[in-house]
Design a protein around this ligand. Structure first.
Ligand SMILES: [Zn+2]
Ligand SMILES: [Zn+2]
Length: 315
């Protein structure tokens, strides 16, 4: 199960009624932050999300509306006496920007791990009560896989997907059939092979087939390039920028390397996602809801992000 919270839904600059686009995804009490524009901390306070559980920060690109909140947030995390590592992921050139940001907030009490250019797929698992980087996927455990895609924007920009795998089902009837004592069941479910009464029992004996997990994809800012369709394929939730609602603003979307609602919805349709939420609305658009029909004509299950919107996605 993943919990999603939109901290903001605007692009360009923070507005009195709209924070900048950023998103928190929580898994078993630990959190991943996607983008951190100016004012992200204010939104966190407003929606009482806290910042102490953030283990990973994914930055799409180094435009201010996705980044300027970062020094402030890191400073606050430092002031809260955090000592556990924070992983920061960003596009090519990100390390250089991070050097400057870390110059602004020296002496952080926690180590920072910087992953530049995506470098995915990256696996994280809940260990020692936080999300820690792992060398490889362990199908018997819950892994979060973060993958990236290079987008087409006016600067280096990454789209992200986050996948929570689903562990195989434990087949009680099989365990009973093989007469395996109950106290071994959990260990088998965790992938351990058990020796008992001169026999070996491997997990496959009592576990079902692979099951599809939860995939969420996050694409902002970009033109609707072809690679996105495969990248977002079969997402349960596709979060996409919709800088412009009005079809008449297509020329602006092309010039500024953004998307219209209609273009984002077409990606959702072709990517066979279950649900689309549009975000990153241009400050010039007062009422995005006036244009939602432009998206729904292509992809009916479209809704609009708003600041504070929260959602839980299960298997
Ligand atoms: Zn932006
Ligand atoms: Zn941008």
């Amino acid at each position: 199960m993943l919990d999603i919270r939109f901290l903001g839904s605007g692009g360009g600059m923070p507005m009195p009624n709209r924070h900048l686009s950023s998103l928190l995804i929580s898994f078993r009490g630990r959190t991943i932050l996607f983008d951190c524009g100016e004012g992200t901390q204010v939104a966190m306070r407003k929606f009482k999300t806290g910042f102490k559980t953030i283990d990973i920060i994914c930055i799409s690109h180094v435009h201010g509306d996705h980044l300027y909140g970062l020094p402030g947030l890191l400073s606050t995390m430092g002031n809260s006496e955090r000592t556990e590592m924070v992983t920061l992921i960003g596009p090519r050139g990100f390390r250089n920007f991070m050097d400057k940001i870390l110059f602004l907030v020296p002496n952080l009490p926690f180590p920072v791990r910087i992953i530049e250019g995506g470098g995915g797929p990256l696996i994280f698992r809940l260990e020692e009560d936080r999300l820690l980087f792992q060398e490889k996927l362990d199908k018997y455990k819950e892994n979060l896989t973060i993958d990236t895609l290079e987008l087409d924007h006016s600067t280096e920009c990454l789209g992200y997907s986050l996948t929570l795998n689903r562990r195989p089902k434990f087949l009680v009837e099989k365990a009973e059939e093989y007469d395996i004592p109950k106290n071994f069941w959990k260990r088998l479910q965790n992938g351990e092979t058990i020796s008992y009464k001169d026999r070996e029992y491997c997990p496959e004996l009592v576990l079902g087939e692979e099951r599809s997990g939860i995939k969420i994809s996050y694409i902002t800012d970009s033109r609707p390039v072809g690679g996105i369709v495969d990248f977002i394929n079969k997402s349960k939730l596709f979060i996409c920028e919709g800088s412009y609602g009005d079809d008449a603003d297509l020329h602006k979307a092309i010039k500024n390397k953004h998307m219209t609602f209609r273009e984002a919805a077409k990606l959702a349709l072709e990517g066979q996602v279950e649900e689309l939420i549009l975000t990153h609305f241009s400050p010039s658009m007062d009422e995005p809801s006036e244009f939602i029909h432009n998206a729904r004509e292509s992809f009916a299950n479209t809704s609009l992000a708003y600041d504070g919107l929260s959602k839980t996605i299960g298997f």
